[in-house]
Ligand binder design. Structure first.
Ligand code: NAD
Length: 399
């Protein structure tokens, strides 16, 4: 090597030195990249599995299809009571992590909802990542249907936010593990009217607990989100002659509902409104660190899933404030009861409404239990749901 260098000009030696430095840098950068990727891979793996074990999930399926652009996550939380049934939500999530969190929380909520409603169903949920106004096509939903079918019936889907019966029909072209088919095709149709009826029953029970009467006439009620469920809920409240305030991010929907029902449109902060009842019917986590201190209402009863950003902390603050909170997963179970009827082939609307009416008694019992045990209504409801799951798993152990 020394002999070789002795025969080189100064310029050649300088060139060789430069190449050596460049090579070392590349080596460092390359090794850094590899280690970074490994750390990242391990972090992702351990975070997802850690979260699954902490929240009690059985299976998470990540779906991707290049030709249609489908990006979806199917979360199966618990199948002790039966196959995991829960709708598919389409949302333009800011990050994949946000989508995963939503899928994890929503599927867990479905386990408790199905358990407390007495349905022989486990809990699951799917989220599709993207802008619902741009991504939909027949091929897109058929591909999603194939992913659902590959689970062999462990997960059954239905409608949730931004999904229509037409989308459900396209999914059904590829799998039989789907509910919420249009009524004219023998299905149970849009579950939203039944969900709204259940929320109305839960709201009346919570009003009885808080005010001593379930009459809503003259009560000031703020409905946040007048989409599928919110608009049907407003119809029930109009019939009771409640004083209704509505809010939505879509002006068109807001104006249509106000025109039809005479409800007052609210342009200010909905949380600070001086109302008796707040009905969250948009998205989850609206009861959070920011909103909770603004709330003036005595009752919270709405359709949205996962209303409490932190179930323990915010549930406890509400209890101390004397706000009666009707647990979301108890009172918004009308829709899944409707889907269950379709799934079991007992698609009878009268029976579904009669079963959904039970939400009134269930809510009252939970609110009483919470007061007696000095716990939050969310905890009281959770206790009952978990008891049913635990009893069922004991029975299964005997086989
Ligand atoms: P939807 O999409 O038809 O309605 C939601 C409405 O909320 C929309 O009009 C939307 O513009 C509005 N909205 C969104 N963000 C808002 C905000 N920050 N402020 C005010 N309005 C806002 O959905 P949906 O089917 O009516 O469901 C409503 C909620 O109820 C969801 O959380 C859903 O998961 C839950 N839920 C629905 C059903 C059902 O049968 N559809 C069953 C159980 C639970």
């Amino acid at each position: 090597m020394i002999d070789l260098l002795q025969n080189c000009t100064k310029k050649d030696i300088f060139k060789i030195l430069l190449q050596c430095i460049e090579y070392s840098f590349l080596k460092i950068i390359y090794s850094l990249k590899m280690s970074d990727i490994n750390v990242l891979k391990n972090t992702v793996k351990s975070t997802v599995i850690k979260e699954m074990s902490e929240m009690g999930h059985e299976q998470i399926v990540f779906c991707y299809d290049k030709p249609t652009g489908l990006k979806a996550i199917i979360a199966i939380h618990d199948t002790t009571l039966g196959p995991a049934l829960g709708g598919t939500r389409i949302w333009d999530y800011a990050t994949e992590e946000e989508a995963l969190q939503d899928a994890l929380r929503l599927s867990r909520g479905m386990t408790f909802k199905n358990a407390i409603s007495g349905l022989n169903l486990g809990g699951g949920k799917a989220v599709i990542i993207g802008d619902a106004s741009k991504i939909k096509s027949e091929a897109f939903f058929r591909r999603f249907g194939q992913f659902i079918d590959s689970l062999g019936g462990k997960y059954i889907t239905a409608e949730d936010v931004n999904m229509t019966t037409e989308d459900i029909e396209n999914i059904a072209k590829e799998t039989k593990h789907v509910t919420g088919m249009p009524q004219e095709k023998g299905g149970s149709g849009d579950p939203s009217p039944v969900t709204a009826y259940g929320v109305y029953m839960g709201m009346k029970a919570a009003a009885k607990h808080a005010f001593g009467s379930d009459r809503l006439a003259g009560k000031k009620i703020a409905v946040q989100g007048v989409g599928h469920v919110g608009s049907y809920l407003v119809d029930y409240l109009v019939k009771e002659k409640a004083e209704i305030y509505i809010t939505d991010i879509f002006e068109e929907k807001l104006n249509a509902v106000a025109q039809k029902t005479g409800a007052t449109i609210v342009s200010s902060d909905v949380y600070s409104l001086d109302v008796d009842i707040y009905a969250p019917c948009a998205l989850g986590a609206t009861i959070n660190d920011e909103s909770i201190n603004k709330l003036q209402c005595r009752v919270i009863a709405g359709a949205a899933n996962n209303q409490l950003a932190d179930e323990k902390k915010h549930g406890e603050i509400l209890r101390k404030k004397g706000v009666v909170y009707a647990p979301d997963f108890v009172i918004n179970a009308g829709g899944v009861t409707n889907c269950y009827a379709e799934f079991t082939g007992k698609n009878n609307s009268d029976e579904v409404y009669s079963l959904t009416r039970n939400i009134y008694d269930t809510t009252l019992n939970i609110l009483k239990k919470a007061d007696q045990d000095g716990i939050t209504p969310h905890e009281a409801a959770l206790e009952l749901a978990l008891k049913r799951i635990s009893n069922a798993s004991k029975v299964k152990e005997n086989y």
